[in-house]
Write a protein that binds this ligand. Sequence first.
Ligand code: SDX
Length: 427
Amino acid sequence: MSNQFGNFVIGDTATANSLPILKGSIGPDAVDVRSLLDKQGLLTYDPGFRSTASCQSAITYIDGDKGTLLYRGYPIEQLAEHCSFDEVAHLLMHGELPSAEELAGFRKDIRDHNLLHDQVLSFYRGFRRDAHPMAVMVGVVGALSAFYQDAQDYSKDADQQKAAIRLVAKMPAIAAASFTYSIGRPIRHPDNSFDYSSNFLQMMFGKPSEPYIVDPVLTRAIELILILHADHEQNASTSTVRMAASSGANPFACLSAGIATLWGPAHGGANEAVLTMLEEIGSPENIPNIIKRAKDKNDPFRLMGFGHRVYKNYDPRAAIIRDITRKTLAHLGMENSPLMATALELERIALSDEYFINKKLYPNVDFYSGILLRAMGFPSRMFTAVFAVARTVGWVSHWLELKQEGHGIDRPRQLYTGPAQRQFERK
Ligand code: SDX
């Protein structure tokens, strides 16, 4: 098959200029262009990486057209229905669902490493009380690089695994502390009589003056949020973690970079932006105007929580979150939530609008999650911090995969459009 490059042939035709096709286990094949510059003096050009596989990975697979999401081959709907978050974390990090014995060992590792070093807690006092939780998390997680001298040889599997567990174990406490500090409540420590999800909630909402009572409906809701946000192929923040890891940077610094990337409103920051948008809409009669703005090419406004680079169908996570949001709102006596009513009506109108249908824009994971988190008591500024707690599992899973495959440094090229070489002359 020849194309606009003339003798440039893509395919398995064995010629000097042909490029091999790489096949994954499922999903699109890939043209192996690694020899292109050496053999043909050509680069590929793909800003935004719309058609670029940056790596091989066995962790998560998304079929954007079908709207399917697999963690290590298991459909997200089945994992959401049958698993606890730590079972899913073990699956993503180690490739298989844990046996009862493996799960007990994994849970013990988490319990053994979920405390924050006392000096880490002092970092919080350096922030203003009104600092955004994501700013705090970028700083505190990066600062963890200055600790754990006992296991920093990341060429060793044992040190890799210890760093991964430390990050998964500590992230709930780091996130919760960024909230409690902001409201002047004493930072709470993990309580190992609780499971992972309940522990996160007690660190967020528990008070030193009274015992924390677990609400199983809220625990299940946050557990689903954590499971659904745990990993998602080579999204922007995961690609950032991999890029940083490819230079040999330590995992704490890599995840700090991932947290910074997730913060963006086009990525993980969208859940906070959805709530702001729904509150600005106010009531369903204002929806036509917001739809009009979203469709206006001259208006930079986009419908937050809608659209996705990969999903050209309904994000399977959004459907699950919509359902658990309805159940949790009813449990909390908020079934008539105006935010939920506006969101459901906005979805109904958008999904029947030619613009959204033609561009295959559907609700994504962020569309309903903010309504649920708000109802549970999380302030909007904490929504992306919750996302970061969940995605820590995906980030460390990709970090481990990259370390184990001995990946070299990522160093993209460019299509240069600046001035050709010229001689210096003083003006
Ligand atoms: C996450 O990558 C991941 O997997 C991310 C994530 C994960 O789990 O890690 O799934 C989490 O980040 C979810 C996405 C959250 N972001 C938002 O909800 C913000 C709103 N969405 C858009 O910003 C946008 O849809 C993106 C960023 C999500 C995707 O953008 P793309 O792939 O670059 O899409 P595009 O800009 O090429 O859009 C195609 C067309 C454009 O119109 P044309 O130029 O073709 O005329 O669709 C339009 C866009 O203008 N469009 C929208 C829109 N999203 C795309 N128009 C109105 N509202 C929107 N939300």
